[in-house]
Ligand binder design. Structure first.
Ligand SMILES: [Zn+2]
Length: 81
């Protein structure tokens, strides 16, 4: 069991219960990572709008990934989950 921490609420959960957002190594693109085959610095979020909103509001994803988060990715996080 692999535990990860949500950057929204700070709860520790199983990786399968969290959305993974990765800055991929190859191009530096920030993506919603549904694959185990894409590697890079990653943050995790609950499948929960309040966690996503909190993380975006406090800029925690950008800080953790040390990059800016594209607007379209923010929109996808807020709309898809
Ligand atoms: Zn959370």
């Amino acid at each position: 069991m692999v535990d990860r921490k949500c950057v929204g609420c700070g709860q520790i959960k199983n990786r399968d219960e969290l959305i993974k957002v990765t800055k991929e190594n190859t191009h530096g693109d920030v993506i919603i990572n549904h694959s185990n085959k894409i590697f890079g610095r990653s943050v995790y979020l609950c499948y929960n709008k309040s966690c996503i909103e909190a993380a975006l509001k406090k800029n925690r994803i950008a800080k953790a990934l040390k990059t800016s988060i594209p607007e379209d990715l923010k929109g996808r996080l807020l709309n898809e989950f």
